[in-house]
Design a protein. Structure first.
Length: 255
């Protein structure tokens, strides 16, 4: 029986060997940094023409995480999905379960590898996006520092969301066992969850995944989004439900 260390090493090799890994990483880097920088530069150029209300609503952190970072989140989420679903597509899952009969160990090893790799990538993207944006905003004296209230928390939170979204993709990959279906469900969960929750009231709709992401990156106070604690709690809830269902599917159904 393969040890936990061996299972982790095997999952790391498999993640690196997935052809989508460098593609998703490249797309995430290019989208987050390039589009984020364009957004920040555009805000600086248009600042003088903005109304007082627009200036009051401007969030110098959240603004850079509202365009290209969405693409980065979706790209890395797709990678998380492929880490599980590709094994079912190729039939490699049978070899994996033969080498590691304890199916919970397989799920845990994949989650640790995918979560660890995307956590590093998420923080890299978040801090680079912020630092590039800060430089673009300096000319208009709009830049904020990591020491300002809520700034470091928002930057770290956006990076953590990217990793959490990849883990949600991984859980859906195990749950649905089909790449196209899992990716569609992941994207739908991100974009449609606020609308699906809307009939229950604005207070409930804020728990939609897209709203949680926006809340994590917000530094300007407001009542339309969840606060930091609520966002982290909601994200933990999504992950707990997704991995509980994935574990039940993996342990109770044949590969």
């Amino acid at each position: 029986m393969i040890t936990t260390r061996g299972a982790l090493a095997g999952e790391w090799v498999k993640l690196r060997s997935v052809r989508a890994t460098p593609l998703a990483t490249g797309i995430a880097l290019a989208a987050a940094l390039f589009i984020g920088l364009i957004d920040y530069a555009s805000a600086a150029d248009q600042w003088d023409g903005w109304t007082a209300a627009q200036r009051e609503r401007f969030d110098p952190v959240r603004y850079g995480f509202s365009g290209g970072f969405y693409v980065a989140v979706l790209a890395v989420g797709t990678l998380g999905t492929l880490a599980a679903s590709s094994e079912y597509t190729t039939g490699q899952i049978r070899s994996t379960l033969a080498a590691v009969p304890r199916r919970g160990q397989v799920l845990a090893a994949k989650a640790l590898v995918v979560g660890g790799a995307t956590a590093l990538l998420g923080q890299l993207l978040a801090f680079l996006t912020f630092l590039l944006g800060r430089r673009a905003l300096t000319a208009k004296h709009l830049a904020v520092s990591l020491g300002d209230p809520g700034v470091a928390r928002a930057v770290v939170g956006c990076g953590l969301f990217l990793s959490a979204f990849a883990l949600l993709g991984l859980a859906l990959g195990f749950l649905l066992r089909h790449t196209a279906g899992a990716v569609a469900a992941l994207f739908g969960l991100f974009f449609l969850s606020p609308m699906l929750l809307a009939p229950f009231g604005d207070g409930v709709a804020r728990f939609g995944l897209q709203g949680v992401f926006e809340g994590l990156g917000t530094t300007v106070a407001g009542t339309e989004r969840l606060g930091p604690v609520g966002c982290f709690a909601a994200l933990a809830g999504y992950l707990a439900v997704a991995f509980t269902l994935a574990a039940l599917r993996l342990t109770r159904r044949d590969a």
